[in-house]
Design a protein around this ligand. Structure first.
Ligand SMILES: [Zn+2]
Length: 318
């Protein structure tokens, strides 16, 4: 009989969980509200219910779990979390999951696990140095070198969204100014668009059903002046970030995920063009490939499963 790990991906709004075998086949996916806004006890109830339900379906040999915030993988605790999940900081989550499931459990930052999932079975297969950018409400990152996550001294590595790309620029949630996230994260693009809309700038966005990054990219292609500016700001900031990271890590691959990549060439072509402008001579072009995520919304689950299988195999445990 096949063995399975239980892979869990905790988000601010929803929790996803599935059973994953050694080959990475995902089955019995559950999507359920996280109830995170009610506080950690409500989220604990959700996690316990998921574990009980999944244990009735197949023998589980370990649990791998991704959480937002700063996560200490080696100690199995949530170090720091902003307001999304009240009282989440300090929770020894790996120990709780292990107690509830009766098997070993291991945890990591959710975007780290997206990067690990893509490296295992997605766009990053075979990459020696893969950097991931997750474009969503914010801009998260992940670093996988020689198949292992790089977490830094305190588990805070790869906070790429808070690399300053425009010194003295617009304010960021982190308290700094001009962070990449402010311009390049779809959530931030939509917020900037709302600000321009309120100030009465003429744009087709006024009659759009939804103000989203996807809508902004579509209208930019149709020549809308404001949308072209917002998209251009996003691309130049992202290109600047990629350039800085290329100089720092010498990666062979960037994997970019999030709704914006669904725009395909309308997103990647101008991004590559912006990036090329950073190099004075063509021979200085880095040998770096930029790809769209292949696993999409499942990347976090696949990464959580890989974390759990590695943990069982004694890989990356200390
Ligand atoms: Zn910031």
């Amino acid at each position: 009989m096949s063995e399975y790990v239980l892979a869990i991906d905790i988000g601010g709004t929803n929790v996803k969980a599935g059973l994953v075998d050694r080959a990475g086949n995902v089955s019995h996916m559950i999507h359920t509200p996280s109830r995170a806004a009610e506080g950690r006890d409500a989220l604990f109830d959700v996690l316990r219910a998921i574990i009980q339900e999944q244990k009735t379906r197949a023998p589980i040999v370990a649990v791998g779990c991704g959480s937002p915030g700063c996560v200490d993988h080696y100690r199995g605790t949530i170090v720091y979390m902003q307001a999304h999940i009240p009282n989440w900081s300090g929770v020894p989550l790996a120990r709780y999951l292990a107690d509830w499931a009766g098997v070993p459990a291991t945890i990591d930052n959710d975007v780290n696990l997206i990067a690990l999932g893509e490296h295992w079975l997605g766009a990053g297969r075979g990459a020696a140095c893969q950097l991931s950018l997750a474009l969503g409400t914010g801009l998260g990152g992940g670093i996988v070198i020689n198949g292992r996550l790089v977490r830094g001294a305190r588990g805070r590595a790869a906070e790429f969204g808070h690399v300053v790309v425009r010194p003295g620029g617009e304010p960021c949630t982190c308290g700094n100014f001009g962070c990449a996230e402010v311009y390049a994260a779809p959530g931030a693009m939509a917020r900037r668009a709302q600000w321009y809309l309120k100030s009465g700038v003429p744009t087709a966005l006024h009659s759009a059903r939804r103000v989203s990054a996807e809508e902004i990219i579509t209208l930019a292609a149709q020549g809308d002046h404001l949308c072209r500016k917002l998209f251009h700001d996003a691309l130049t900031s992202l290109a600047q970030l990629i350039w800085i990271l290329t100089q720092t890590f010498d990666p062979d691959l960037f994997v970019i995920g999030g709704g914006m990549v669904k725009a395909g060439d309308a997103f990647f072509k101008p991004l590559r063009q912006e990036l090329s402008s950073f190099y004075a001579a063509p021979e200085l072009q880095p040998m770096v490939t930029i790809k769209a995520s292949e696993l999409g919304d499942n990347a976090g689950i696949v990464g959580a499963a890989k974390l759990a299988w590695d943990w069982l195999d004694g890989i990356d445990r200390s």
